[in-house]
Design a protein around this ligand. Structure first.
Ligand SMILES: [Mg+2]
Length: 181
């Protein structure tokens, strides 16, 4: 089974002292109800590089441990699909090395052509025949479901009171996905 994972807020957390809603605004904008992400300009890029320093990005240990367990089972092929833009490639690769992710995944995809994140992820999912995908971005997951009706989607929600509409499955941590088998 081919399983894809997002990176940020799945394995790596946001800086602890910056509220998540600031990020959400920074990252996403709606245009006539269509999903559209802002690709940062030069000054934005400097700020973002700053907030992507590894020490500002604590690992989400329970999810990394679950990934390690999965990687021991040869039935699973694991793919990392992060829409982090080109200017973050170097910093992202450093981070992946630091957490030894380079060894757990069969392939790692970074959005080095700066495509719109939902188009980028949709393209990789189709090209690699991904069957299950995990992300914390519900708008993006809805888009993926529309484009890939057979794809099994898990939404990592950090709010217990909000649930995604079926068939998108809501979980609090990666290991919760076992409850759906
Ligand atoms: Mg994310």
């Amino acid at each position: 089974m081919r399983i894809g994972f997002d990176l940020d807020k799945v394995f790596i957390n946001y800086p602890p002292f910056i509220p998540a809603f600031i990020f959400d605004k920074f990252y996403k904008e709606k245009d006539n109800g269509e999903l559209k992400y802002r690709i940062p300009g030069k000054i934005d890029q400097q700020i973002r590089k700053l907030i992507h320093f590894p020490f500002l990005r604590p690992p989400i240990k329970e999810n990394i441990n679950f990934l390690k367990e999965l990687s021991k089972n040869s039935d699973y092929e694991l793919y990392l699909i992060t829409s982090r833009y080109n200017f973050l490639e170097k910093r992202t690769l450093q981070l992946l090395k630091k957490y030894k992710f380079d060894k757990l995944f069969k392939k790692i995809f970074i959005n080095i052509k700066n495509e719109q994140p939902h188009f980028f992820k949709d393209r990789i999912i189709k090209e690699e025949n991904i069957e299950v995908y995990f992300d914390d971005d519900l708008s993006l997951l809805k888009h993926l479901h529309k484009e890939n009706p057979n794809l099994i989607l898990f939404w990592l929600s950090h709010n217990k009171n909000i649930k995604a509409q079926s068939p998108i499955k809501t979980i609090g941590k990666l290991s919760d996905s076992l409850n759906y088998r």
